[in-house]
Write a protein that binds this ligand. Structure first.
Ligand SMILES: Nc1ncnc2c1ncn2[C@@H]1O[C@H](COP(=O)(O)OP(=O)(O)OP(=O)(O)O)[C@@H](O)[C@H]1O
Ligand SMILES: [Mg+2]
Length: 256
């Protein structure tokens, strides 16, 4: 069987980031393929969140951040784009703790489409239902869409955050330790959601849970002290006894 050609969605080349004297990323080069789930693992301070923040140029807002190297999305250098906001609309971000807007469940999801100019009520309704369904939350909230989002349980709020991240149909979805405050049952629900999303988008999953990377990702990258130690298919990263000794030790739980 001939393997389908893989297309790179993101090409990161020699990316370095400094915050003052602190080097958070050091010459990281990495490709992320279209419709894959790429896990990024590594201990605290490895630079995982910083890497995500570079992808949508959130680093533009950190005064002492110095970024060098290139990031291309669909072949286009993101630092050459004038409009960082347009870039951010293409990339959904989900953070460790749910970020509920102080408004109804419905409005949480409708917020971004409204900001983007969608006014038609029927289309908004359809969008809200679709995003909540994709985030595996619709059945639990469909009868209380007018309730405050902040009244939901932690796990429901995290799924609401995912629904909101999906509301502009992002091409790339980044999740940063999404399950840190979520119970195991909800975590499994969200993992199913993530698996189903990759047919439509590229997913980058930052996780401290090695087994979560093993369960979900197609490929896994290990970051350590700002350096990319290794990136490879999960079959390789999680099953071999040769290769980079640090990766082996990390996935075996020897350190980290
Ligand atoms: N805004 C900032 N200003 C100064 N230093 C920062 C900033 N953001 C990150 N850093 C530093 O960059 C390094 C990498 O941080 P980062 O948050 O990317 O790590 P991480 O791998 O996401 O860690 P964790 O697993 O704890 O979330 C750390 O030493 C951190 O202190
Ligand atoms: Mg982090």
């Amino acid at each position: 069987m001939v393997e389908a050609a893989v297309r790179n969605k993101i090409e990161i080349d020699n990316l370095s980031v400094r915050f003052g004297r602190r080097q958070a990323l050091d010459s990281v080069s990495l490709e992320v393929r279209e419709n894959e789930i790429l896990a990024i693992i590594g201990p605290a301070n490895a630079g995982k969140t910083t890497l995500l923040n570079c992808l949508n140029r959130m680093t533009d807002f950190i005064p002492d951040a110095k970024v060098s190297g290139t990031i291309r999305i669909d072949g286009q250098d993101i630092h050459a784009l004038r409009d960082g906001a347009a870039l951010r609309r293409r990339i959904g971000m989900v953070f460790p703790l749910p970020v509920g807007l102080p408004m109804s469940i419905y409005d949480n999801v409708a917020f971004a489409p409204r900001m983007a100019g969608l006014r038609d009520q029927r289309r908004l309704d359809a969008e809200v239902e679709s995003c909540l369904t994709q985030a595996a939350l619709w059945d639990e909230v469909k009868d209380r869409l007018g309730d405050l989002g902040t009244k939901l349980s932690g796990g429901q709020q995290q799924r609401l955050t995912i629904a909101r991240a999906l509301s502009l149909a992002p091409e790339i979805l980044c999740l940063d330790e999404f399950s840190i405050a979520v119970d195991p049952v909800t975590t499994m629900k969200i993992e199913e959601v993530i698996k189903s999303l990759k047919t439509r988008m590229t997913v980058i999953l930052v996780t401290n849970l090695v087994l979560q990377a093993k369960r979900l990702a197609d490929r896994t990258a290990l970051l350590l002290d700002g350096r990319l130690i290794e990136v490879d298919k999960n079959e390789v990263i999680f099953s071999r006894s040769t290769g980079d000794v640090k990766t082996f030790q990390y996935v075996q739980g020897v350190f980290g």
